[in-house]
Write a protein that binds this ligand. Sequence first.
Ligand code: NAP
Length: 302
Amino acid sequence: MTTTRGSAEHHTPSGTARLLPGAPVAEAVLAETAAAATGLRSRGITPSLATILVGDDDASAGYISIKQRQAAELGFDSPHVHLPATATQAELHQAIARFNTDPAVHGLLVQYPVPGHLDYDAALQTIDPDKDVDGMHPLNMGRLAVGLPGPLPCTPAGIEALLAYYEIPVAGREVVILGRGATLGRPLAMLLAQKRPTANAAVTVVHTGVPDWARYTRRADILVAAAGVPGIVRPEHVKPGAVVIGAGVRYDGRRLLPDVDEACAEVAGAITPRVGGVGPTTVAMLFHNAVRAAERTLSMIR
Ligand SMILES: NC(=O)c1ccc[n+]([C@@H]2O[C@H](COP(=O)([O-])OP(=O)(O)OC[C@H]3O[C@@H](n4cnc5c(N)ncnc54)[C@H](OP(=O)(O)O)[C@@H]3O)[C@@H](O)[C@H]2O)c1
């Protein structure tokens, strides 16, 4: 996507680190998406992002409402299917198949999590890869690995957009990612190692197989916490002046427990806030992926 730029003059209350909130980045991505949607509508195509919710989890229903509100603001259609908590795997696959074959639907997501008797990953694999706005279908992971165009995984793409927005140089610098999970660490490593001006980094990925991982994080120019272990990144793991991106979180009920200890702000040069860092950029990327999918149906970009 086009690099959007800005600068943050905020500072953390206790330290010297520059704060890197995600909201302005998300707004810039969404403004670009809204402009693309307007262009598509002028050519008779209304971009659409379809959602499927299974069951009655309040938090999941809330996330769907947020996406539908955002869709309305951007001038997207947002068809929705709500399946009961008792839905079978076959019924979930049928709902996906209907959206897959509907030419008016450009993007499609199944709200995570699904009830325990259902296999989310199996359902994900039945989504048309070109409509996979989460960018998590194995084919899209493969496209990312070999550098083919396609929907990018939203959180990694949001992190790249955040670094670009705040004009943090990435090319040629040392990025260390703590965590090699399939949704975050692994695709982010592939993305930031690509040969592009906003990537092109020397990327190292550490995990439980590297017990002495702090040896690597302490030399990182950009450290991304992607472990899902509350407070795992402490000030002594951070090189003074480094950029720290806190993406990993765990929830204790509704309470958000980030990977990055707040005291890291006293050592870092720039840091995402405890709340409102990477999250907003992830949601914006869903719509970015959907509008690109709609454009591809016009053969505008490939
Ligand atoms: N902010 C957002 O919008 C957003 C979006 C997606 C995900 N997330 C968050 O990002 C985090 C990662 O997601 P994921 O799906 O990639 O998770 P995951 O599959 O559970 O991966 C976690 C990774 O962290 C590593 N790890 C865990 N404990 C460790 C330790 N003590 N020392 C070193 N490495 C450790 C694991 O190492 P091993 O591989 O060796 O087990 C694994 O590679 C989660 O907290 C998730 O909630 C946030």
